[in-house]
Design a protein around this ligand. Structure first.
Ligand code: HXC
Length: 520
């Protein structure tokens, strides 16, 4: 009996010691930087008392550079499982207080264990990164460890949701694990991601740049699109991860949780009858339309500050999760460019992977033209969105509010890309191009022949009016069955909800193949 008590005492002591990671001094240093420790982050993210830790006593096996004399229980990462709002998740959080959270082979084994369990048990995997990258003393072993993690990121992709929180440094090849996951969240001013840091950049290119300018949250959430979210602080970041999870299912075999609402499914909004300006060149705020039609006006936007000409995010409609994709006339007139196409394509593919129906709101003048876009491969990038919509088999409900021209008309979930229900507002305009461009092409010779400028303007106006009469309405498309109905804007919420309800049993196949070859 006394022996067992001694054993228990040892266990308690060892656990307490393991919980200190790299020691109190390093914990204090972490706090001084305005950062939480790995364990504090886990405690704030998971439901209270739900965390089950694995591998608390694991130690590295490296003997190089005196590491055989330097051991910390847990070896720089805290791993295990718990629940968020009662739903299971697997988690790993790198502990910067142990060798700067650098990745050893044993640390990678701990991470891979929870990744494998997440995939096998059909639950999301959350990684909280805070690491100096590959543990330099371990050499190729550390690189092998990263390889093992990347392979699991790939195998888990489309099976269970994978979320990366960047809560400190994430440098070099380490960035590729978050890049392989579904969503990446960064914390402003305390986290950064780059393949090579400022010093290397200076020596290679001569460019002088700070860490924040090179790979801070603001950069990746606005310019590169690497980060889907940039939180003000760690608490906000962890809350964002919780909210994100509330819209998505546990795995690709399940549906997202239903969130009951008191918002009537048949609520009409007269404001929508007025929102599209008479002048087709005038903008309006598409996010107002989104908030009007979703449950309780609640929209969880993703990539909020990146490629603002398209909006993507989650909402509930009659309690069920939907992915919303909408052109934003307020920015660049809602044109599709490289970044907008990439942003929306990635989102559409996520929704399709995880059984989340797509609601698409269209007001798009076309693809952005010019050398910058062509040199940046707008053709390939635009094709990503086209591909994503075309392959998606989840229910797809589309509403065209105003412009829907040319290639962008097709890309934005048209009927021929297996759009299920396509509605249009009476203000919809569907054509190969806008009236000005069309008249310039069709009547170039006639206009050239007219010398008098006044007469020329008159002919142009007549031809424009003729074109607009034909195409500046949804009825050509409606006559041909390319849209299913022209609806009154105020009714959009309940028409979309009814469409989604009707599509709930949808089953659609794609031809058998090893995998697709989407235009990367
Ligand atoms: C071993 C490391 C380490 C690493 C940090 N430490 N990075 N140990 N391998 N990669 C240790 C430090 O020695 C120190 O140990 C402790 O962690 C804290 O580090 P500090 O430098 O004191 O902290 P700070 O000033 O905040 O700077 C953090 C840092 C810096 C910016 C991350 O440590 C740094 O630049 N580290 C190297 C980053 C890097 O180049 N990594 C390789 C990237 S390439 P003590 O004992 O003093 O507490 C890569 C390849 C992956 O990862 C390839 C995958 C395919």
């Amino acid at each position: 009996m006394r022996i067992q008590q001694e054993n228990i005492k040892t266990l308690v002591e060892r656990k307490a010691n393991a919980k200190l990671g790299g020691g109190q001094k390093r914990i204090d240093a972490q706090h001084e930087k305005g950062k939480l420790t790995a364990r504090e982050r886990i405690a704030l993210l998971l439901d209270e008392g739900s965390f089950e830790e694995f591998d608390m006593f694991v130690q590295h096996r490296c003997t190089n550079f005196g590491l055989d004399k330097q051991h910390f229980d847990g070896d720089g990462v805290v791993t295990g499982h718990g629940t968020i709002s009662g739903r299971p998740v697997y988690i790993f959080a790198q502990d910067f207080t142990v060798s700067g959270g650098s990745l050893s082979k044993t640390m990678s084994e701990k991470i891979c264990k929870v990744m494998d369990m997440a995939r096998q048990n059909g639950a999301p995997c959350i990684g909280l990164n805070d690491s100096g990258g590959a543990r330099i003393q371990e050499g190729i072993d550390a690189l092998a460890g990263y390889g093992e993690i990347f392979e699991r990121n790939i195998l888990s992709s489309g099976v269970v949701p994978q979320i990366s929180g960047i809560f400190g440094p994430c440098a070099g090849g380490a960035c590729y694990s978050p890049a392989l996951t579904d969503f990446t969240l960064m914390i402003k001013n305390t986290s950064y991601m780059f393949l090579t840091g400022p010093a290397v950049v200076k020596s290679v290119t001569g460019e002088e740049v700070t860490q924040e300018e090179l790979g801070g949250a603001s950069v990746h959430a606005t310019k590169s699109g690497v980060a889907h979210f940039a939180a003000e602080n760690e608490q906000e970041g962890l809350d964002t991860i919780k909210e994100l999870l509330s819209y998505i299912p546990q795995n690709n075999m399940e549906e997202a949780p239903v969130v009951p609402t008191n918002d009537p499914y048949n609520r009409v909004d007269d404001l929508l009858n007025e929102i599209v300006p008479d002048n087709p060149n005038k903008a309006y705020d598409m996010s107002q339309v989104i908030r009007s039609i979703v449950d309780d006006g609640k929209f969880f936007e993703i990539h909020k500050d990146f490629a603002k000409n398209i909006i993507v995010g989650f909402a509930h409609m009659n309690g069920r999760s939907v992915g919303v994709v909408a052109n934003q006339p307020k920015f660049l007139a809602g044109v599709l460019d490289i970044n907008a196409s990439r942003k929306a394509a990635r989102f559409v593919r996520f929704c399709d992977s995880f059984n989340i129906p797509l609601v698409t709101l269209v007001d798009v003048p076309g693809f952005l033209c010019g050398t910058q876009q062509e040199y940046g491969a707008i053709i390939t990038n635009g094709a990503k969105l086209l591909y994503a919509y075309g392959e998606a088999t989840v229910p797809k409900v589309t509403v065209t509010l105003r412009k829907s021209y040319g290639g962008s008309h097709i890309v934005m979930s048209c009927k021929q890309l297996r759009g299920d229900i396509n509605y249009a507002w009476p203000s919809a305009q569907m054509a190969v191009m806008g009236a000005d461009g069309a008249v310039n092409v069709l009547y170039a010779k006639d206009l050239k022949a007219v010398e008098d400028p006044e007469e020329k303007a008159k002919v142009r106006a007549e031809k424009k009016a003729e074109y607009e009469e034909l195409f500046n309405n949804p009825y050509q498309a409606a006559q041909k069955g390319y849209i299913d109905d022209v609806i009154e804007p105020r009714n959009t919420r309940f028409r979309v909800i009814r469409a989604l309800e009707q599509l709930r049993g949808k089953r659609q196949d794609i031809p058998a193949k090893k995998h697709d070859n989407l235009p990367l």
